[in-house]
Design a protein around this ligand. Structure first.
Ligand code: CTP
Ligand code: CA
Length: 229
């Protein structure tokens, strides 16, 4: 089913979107990751492209087809996602961080496969914090800094935590979702979100990720062009 774009609200704009999980190696055959499907980021990429934007998807390992007309950059780790996100950022007008970036990675990646130790019933992993990609982008100097949008997946106090993240990471907008609700969020086809901005909060009703993505892009474009709306 094809739907003709209803508006070209992002005509001529460059939109970059991070999507999917990251993969943090432990050794040559193992990694830490999460269940992010990448669906929301890919749906946003398609909607932004249909709204006339030039779109780059910077994505971790996902099994989704690249939306038509969208440029795709594949990465694995958070560090790779960060460098891909900064490479040419001066051309980016709107940066949307939809990726589920691993918060931590192994302090040291073993050069060879970690062997099971006989006589040891436990193994402790030492982890270090990954760079925060969206906060790094939002902290760029004004000449480089795009309009910066983050996501917040929360299981409680959704709006409070989102407002806290918005302020802490100095973002222009947070798309917050309650991942504790049934049948929405992470791996699902449906989602319900609240848009949190410094002086506005707007809840959008539950819809398919594709329908929601189109609505999100319209609200995002309005906020980009007129921060007072
Ligand atoms: N994010 C990022 N880089 C990271 C971690 C998160 O760019 N290293 C981005 C995500 O893509 C998302 C936003 O930050 O847009 C919020 O991610 P989330 O995991 O909800 O926030 P955290 O700051 O990691 O806090 P916590 O996981 O403790 O809730
Ligand atoms: Ca996190």
């Amino acid at each position: 089913h094809h739907r003709r774009p209803t508006s070209q609200s992002l005509q001529g704009k460059t939109v970059w979107i991070t999507a999917g999980p990251t993969r943090e190696a432990l050794d040559p055959v193992r990694f830490i990751s999460n269940h992010s499907s990448g669906k929301m980021g890919f749906a946003l990429a398609q909607a932004a492209s249909e709204a006339g934007a030039q779109v780059r998807l910077i994505c971790g390992p996902v099994s989704l087809p690249t939306p038509v007309g969208v440029e795709r950059v594949n990465v694995e780790s958070a560090e790779q996602m960060l460098s891909a996100s900064l490479d040419g950022i001066q051309h980016c007008d709107i940066f949307i961080a939809a990726a589920a970036v691993a918060d931590y990675r192994a302090a040291e990646v073993a050069e060879h496969k970690i062997k099971k130790q006989s006589g040891k019933d436990s193994l402790a992993l030492s982890l270090i914090k990954n760079p925060d990609i969206v906060a790094t982008v939002a902290a760029l100097t004004p000449d480089l800094r795009p309009f910066t949008v983050g996501f917040a997946a929360e299981t409680r106090d959704v709006i409070e935590y989102a407002q806290d993240k918005l302020a802490r990471k100095k973002l222009d907008m947070i798309i917050a979702n309650d991942v504790s609700a049934e049948g929405i969020g992470f791996n699902s086809d449906d989602n319900a979100v609240t848009l949190v901005r410094p002086h506005h909060v707007l809840t959008l009703p539950r819809a398919s990720k594709h329908e929601l993505a189109r609505k999100l892009i319209e609200h995002l474009a309005a906020a980009y062009y007129d921060p007072a709306t």
